[in-house]
Design a protein. Structure first.
Length: 153
């Protein structure tokens, strides 16, 4: 089997922000395994740090991984636009930030609870697991166990 990397010199599992990252994948795609990181902000971080996004994650050095980790926590310090963040203009304090991992999950739970207290339809639908943005729900988006068909007696 031909590799584009040396199998002996690659780190196969990398731990960043409580997430195991596959070292054989390209760095930009590997960073998307972190909850809250998409391909858009991952490529922006790699570009701003001067890291080749076509390199494998296991080939990246320890100092570059530290720089990537710091950039994930505070992408605004690299000059990445606020439109790339996943929490823009927070309703409570008005600051844009990028949340990852458990902070993102906790913020989503808080947002749903605030919305339910204010009786927002969006919050109730998110809580139940239904579609929020006006899509049809009769035939698509079904999940869970099927009811089946009653057998003729």
């Amino acid at each position: 089997m031909s590799y584009t990397y040396d199998p002996e010199e690659i780190q196969y599992i990398i731990r960043i922000h409580n997430t195991n990252i596959d070292g054989t994948k390209r760095i930009a795609f590997a960073l998307t395994k972190i909850s809250g990181m998409g391909i858009r902000i991952a490529t922006a971080i790699c570009k701003r740090l001067g890291i080749d996004k076509m390199k494998r994650a296991g080939e990246i050095g320890e100092d570059d991984l530290k720089r990537i980790s710091d950039a994930i926590i505070n992408p605004g310090s690299l000059g990445i636009p606020e439109s790339y963040f996943n929490r823009q203009r927070d309703p409570i304090d008005g600051v844009s930030s990028h949340l990852i991992g458990t902070k993102l999950d906790a913020e989503m739970r808080m947002m749903i609870e605030r919305g339910k207290k204010n009786k927002l339809i969006r919050a109730f639908r998110l809580d139940v697991g239904l579609k929020v943005r006006g899509q049809r729900t009769k035939s698509n988006g079904r999940h869970g166990n099927s009811m089946g068909v009653a057998r003729k007696k």
